[in-house]
Design a protein around this ligand. Structure first.
Ligand code: FAD
Length: 390
């Protein structure tokens, strides 16, 4: 098979890149190792920054999001039984975020791509990336029991943290910056209307808790648990009781409902530099991971592919590779801002298992600073609603 841009992975990064290129008249082939149902039902992110919303609308994938998504103008910080609302539009000159699940983003993009885009092959596992420094890189892959190869002008690894593309970078070129955390998130989906109409980030001495939602009738709730926890160790009753304790405050009630999904997400910060090697580019989780506290993972993936699509279109229209050459450095500036913000939110809200009373006082002081200083609050609101694309 032959194409201009070979895309490995049909997560949000790969799917959106294929749409952006299709609209610019650049052909691509997407190879996805899993089947369609798996990709469409994998429970992950749910908060879209304004830039992500704009990008989805621009490729024609905004109609259902605009109908069913929930615009959110703030979040609540809860600590010491106190409640503090951060008002996004008032602090950022009008910016907000959209609650619309990653599963739905993927469904919308897949439907469009299958209807009017280039080939999107499910069950097609890329085995390697070969010849990244030559003129015609090659991606051998296995599809329906047969081995084949995709020959491209460019290869984009949108294959997530455990994909193959990053492995094609020579060890001498790769630099990895990483931090793991001694806690994880136990996440549940519950068939019950959210108990608050905005997200609630709660710091409690027993651990962090987050109240989020997928729609007006489905709640998404998280509990900080020790790293390595098995979700099945937690009964539904134990989950609700612990959530109740951590969110406890006067005049507020947590509504319970049937749990329909339970899983544990590890917390990790990770950046691979650079994000380009010859004709191979990395985008999204293939290049960087953030702990989910800042709601940045999906949005960073979108930022990368919007930047890359612009660079590929620029090269097609002008013959200049300037923007492709700048791709890695351009993305990394935004990536590191998101890493910083996600780290700050995570360490402010999660008591570490080996944390001292001093650490606990510092966490409280950081929260009190946000609750009492417009400048500190605006810093949070700006970062949460999204760093602009360069
Ligand atoms: C369990 C979990 C929960 C998360 N929760 C949140 C959250 O609450 N908020 C938030 O902001 N972010 C969250 N994230 C992060 C967010 O979902 C990711 O940042 C986002 O999915 C990145 O998109 P992506 O397209 O780069 O990668 P992915 O979505 O990981 O997509 C990569 C795709 O590549 C495919 N693939 C991998 N290897 C190959 C191969 N060899 N050949 C072909 N295809 C391959 C995979 O099957 C996958 O479909 C979560 C992540 C995980 C893992």
């Amino acid at each position: 098979m032959r194409t201009t841009v070979g895309i490995i992975g049909a997560g949000p990064a790969g799917l959106l890149l294929a749409r952006l290129l299709h609209r610019a008249g650049i052909d691509s082939v997407v190879l996805e190792g899993r089947d369609r149902a798996y990709v469409e039902h994998r429970q992950r992110a749910g908060i879209l920054e304004q830039g992500t919303v704009d990008a989805l609308r621009a490729v024609g994938a905004g109609a259902r999001m605009d109908r069913e998504g929930l615009r959110h103008d703030g979040i609540e910080l809860r600590f010491d039984r106190r409640r503090h609302r951060v008002d996004f539009p008032g602090l950022t000159g009008g910016r907000s975020v959209m609650v619309y699940a990653q599963t739905e983003v993927c469904k919308d993009l897949i439907a469009l791509q299958l209807k009017e885009g280039g080939p999107l092959l499910f069950g097609a596992e890329a085995l390697a990336v070969e010849g990244a420094c030559g003129d015609r890189p090659r991606v051998p892959f296995r599809h329906q029991g047969r081995e084949d190869a995709l020959v491209c002008d460019y290869v984009v690894g949108c294959d997530g943290f455990r994909g193959v593309a990053r492995g094609a970078f020579p060890a001498a070129l790769s630099r990895v910056f990483e931090r793991t955390y001694p806690y994880a998130w136990l996440g549940v989906l519950a068939d019950v209307a959210p108990s608050h109409d905005e997200l609630v980030y709660a710091r409690h001495e027993r651990g962090f808790a987050l109240l989020s939602m997928r729609s007006t009738s489905v709640s998404r709730l998280y509990l900080q648990v020790p790293a390595g926890t098995d979700a099945e160790e937690w009964s539904d009753d134990a989950i609700w009781s612990e959530l109740q304790r951590r969110f406890e405050t006067d005049g507020w009630r947590l509504e319970r409902g049937p749990l329909t999904h339970k899983s544990v997400t590890p917390m990790r910060s990770f950046v691979h530099e650079p994000m380009r090697h010859g004709r191979l580019f990395l985008a999204g989780d293939a290049a960087h991971i953030v702990p989910p506290t800042g709601a940045k993972g999906l949005n960073l993936a979108v930022g990368d592919v919007v930047t890359l699509a612009r660079a590929l279109v620029h090269e097609k229209e002008t013959g200049s590779a300037d923007l492709l050459d700048a791709y890695s450095a351009t993305c990394l500036r935004r990536v590191w801002q998101a890493e910083r913000f996600s780290y700050d939110m995570t360490t402010m809200l999660h008591p570490a298992p080996d944390g001292t009373p001093f650490d606990a006082r510092l966490q409280r002081a950081r929260l009190e600073r946000i609750a009492s200083s417009r400048a500190a609050e605006a810093d949070l609101a700006e970062a949460y609603t999204g760093f602009p694309l360069e």
